[in-house]
Structure formats: structure tokens, C-alpha cells
Design a protein around this ligand. Structure first.
Ligand code: SAM
Length: 322
């Protein structure tokens, strides 16, 4: 078993299906360029082989498809259909929701039951300022359609001081009214924000402030969370739940079980490290022959995890897969 001295092992795989995105969120894409087509992605069969090999070599239970924006990838339908045959316990998706309504039949056919939709504001103008694209009404239609279809929906919001922090309560109201668990993600020092401490500090809006704001309207209490969960969960009795992924205020590296695979065949063991391990060269080799090298690269990825706290990295989230 591939396990480190803190007892951590890989149980959750995130696959960044494409680094291209139809948004260019200000905190993710510094140059504002949308839809930068990816030229070096692995073909579908190799990507599926990579997941199958990783499942065999680790204790993989869950897989989340992310990106970039996974729903714009031409590989999405085929990838989901193929991995739904791999007997994983859970296959989920993180999306900006722009194409959600259109892609729902594919998600349902592929056995997806849980999705996370990123939504930073219910104010159409602020939404477009942050996403530098997109159509709020289409995202909201996608969320309603997903709920109607019986999917479990979570909404991810990155609160940014001065840009959308006033949306903490409106978004929480919106989610509670629909039985959606809202996840506040503390801004991470990724990409350009890892280089620009001032920009990061100016926009960072952390867990204490989020909770203070919520307390203006709601009474909440801490709720149970899975041991390797990234989010701290809170219950608003009688109304629902929300969570905070507090990478800065309450780091969760000690229990992290995530492994990331990029669309061009690199493994990342930690969001907070540029260290990466190529496995694209192993995918034409039968599994038993590829295993020793695969294990060595997985050990390397596990060793990249931070001991305690998220330190940030210049890696761009849309490449590594948020
Ligand atoms: N396009 C999909 C989406 O929008 O959900 C999936 C990829 S996106 C990179 C995944 C998540 O990462 C989004 O919820 C986004 O808000 C978050 N994210 C990107 N950069 C971030 C940063 N610097 N700090 C915190 N969250 C970030």
C-alpha cells in the first residue's frame, strides 16, 4: 500500500479533463484569456487507462472530474461513459454550470449523482466581472434542472473582499432555500496570487469573517465531517448546512487524501507544490509491467504533500484541476 508516515494515502482522484475554460475568473486566470485550447492533452483511451491504472495501484474510492471547465471538453462524454465502468464508489463533477442544463442527460446516464457548481455572485454584473464571461441566468437554470433531476448539488463560492463578500448571505439564503450545501472556499495563494502577496491580502476574506457575517442572520453550530474532508461543516438547525474550505485559517493537509491527474498525464500530490510526476509514458505498457514505475511516481506524489499547512504555489488552478 502506498502510504506516508502520517498515514495518508490516495483515496480521492481529481481529473482535470482540460485546462481550457469558458470563464477566466480573476483569481484563477491573470491574463483574462478564456478558452485557451489545449494542444497536449492525452487522447481519451490513455486518460481512461491512466485512471484504471491509478485505481488498481491505490485505494481509490472517489473520482471528481474537474478542469479547466470539464463540460467544454470534447472528451467529456466518452470519459464519463468509460470511467462509469470502473466500479468506483463515487464519480462527481465540479463545473461552472454554464453548460449544465445541456449536459444533464450525459451526467445522469454516466451515473453522476453529485455535482459542485461554482457560483461567486447572484448579481449578474458582479458575476461577469469576476468570471469575465458566462451568463448567470444559464447557470441558475442549470442548477434548478440538476435539482429537478434529483442530483445532489453543492455550490462553491470564493468570497473576495471588495468584489463579492457582500454575497455571502444572499448566496447562503439562495442555497438554504433549495437544500443546497454552500461551500465557501477561502482564496488560495495559487498562480499569480502566489507571486503577489498584496493582491492576495487585499482580497482574502477568511473563515472568521465569513462566520461573523453569517451570524448576523443565522444561528449555526459545527457539524460532523469526514476525517479527510477539506471543508468544515456547519449546521443551521432546521434550515440546512454550509461548509468552509479554510485552507488558510484551518489547514487540512494532515488528512489530505487527494491525488490530481492533469489532462496531459501529470500527477500532482499537492495543490501547494509544483512537483509533478509524468505517467503518460506508462500507458502503452501492460499494467503489471507499468506497476513498479507507477508506484514510484505515486510515492513521489505522496511525498509532495505539505506536512501541516497550505503554502500556495505558482501553479494555475485551471491546469492542475481545482
Ligand atoms: N471550471 C470548473 C469550476 O468553475 O468549478 C472547475 C475548475 S475550477 C479551477 C474549480 C474551483 O477552483 C472553482 O470553484 C474555483 O472557484 C476554484 N478556484 C480557482 N482558483 C482559486 C483560488 N485561487 N482560490 C480558491 N479557489 C479557487
Amino acid at each position: 500500500m502506498i502510504v506516508d508516515k502520517q498515514g495518508r494515502r490516495f483515496r480521492n482522484l481529481r481529473v482535470s479533463l482540460t485546462s481550457a475554460c469558458n470563464y477566466a475568473c480573476t483569481y484563477c486566470v491573470p491574463d483574462g484569456k478564456r478558452l485557451v485550447a489545449q494542444r497536449d492533452a492525452l487522447p481519451l483511451d490513455k486518460l481512461v487507462t491512466a485512471v484504471a491504472y491509478l485505481k488498481q495501484a491505490t485505494d481509490l474510492e472517489k473520482l471528481r472530474i474537474t478542469g479547466g471547465e470539464p463540460l467544454i471538453s470534447p472528451l467529456f462524454d466518452g470519459f464519463l461513459a468509460a470511467i462509469s465502468q470502473l466500479s468506483l464508489q463515487d464519480v462527481s463533477l465540479t463545473t461552472n454550470g454554464q453548460l449544465l442544463e445541456r449536459k444533464l442527460p450525459v451526467l445522469l446516464a454516466g451515473g453522476v449523482r453529485r455535482i459542485n457548481v461554482s457560483l461567486d455572485s447572484l448579481d449578474a454584473a458582479a458575476f461577469r466581472r469576476i468570471a469575465r464571461g458566462g451568463d448567470l441566468a444559464e447557470v441558475l437554470r442549470g442548477i434548478e434542472a440538476a435539482l429537478d433531476a434529483g442530483l445532489q448539488v453543492k455550490v462553491n463560492m470564493v468570497p473576495l473582499r471588495g468584489h463579492n463578500h457582500e454575497q455571502v448571505l444572499p448566496l447562503l439564503d439562495y442555497c438554504l432555500a433549495r437544500g443546497i450545501e454552500l461551500r465557501f472556499i477561502e482564496l488560495m495563494r495559487m498562480g499569480h496570487l502566489a507571486r503577489d502577496a498584496t493582491a492576495f491580502r487585499q482580497q482574502f476574506y477568511g473563515m472568521p469573517e465569513i462566520l461573523e457575517r453569517i451570524a448576523e442572520r443565522y444561528t449555526y453550530r459545527q457539524a460532523d465531517t469526514a476525517l479527510d474532508a477539506t471543508a468544515q461543516r456547519f449546521e443551521i438547525p432546521g434550515q440546512g448546512y454550509f461548509g468552509i474550505i479554510a485552507n488558510e485559517s484551518a489547514p487540512f493537509c494532515r488528512t489530505c487524501s487527494r491525488l490530481r491527474l492533469t489532462s496531459n498525464g501529470w500527477l500532482y500530490g499537492c495543490l501547494s507544490s509544483s512537483q509533478r510526476h509524468f505517467i503518460g509514458d506508462l500507458l502503452d505498457t501492460p499494467y503489471e509491467q507499468a506497476l513498479p514505475a507507477l508506484q514510484a511516481r505515486l510515492q513521489g506524489a505522496l511525498a509532495d504533500k505539505q506536512d501541516v499547512a497550505f503554502a500556495g504555489d505558482v501553479m494555475v488552478m485551471k491546469i492542475i484541476g481545482g
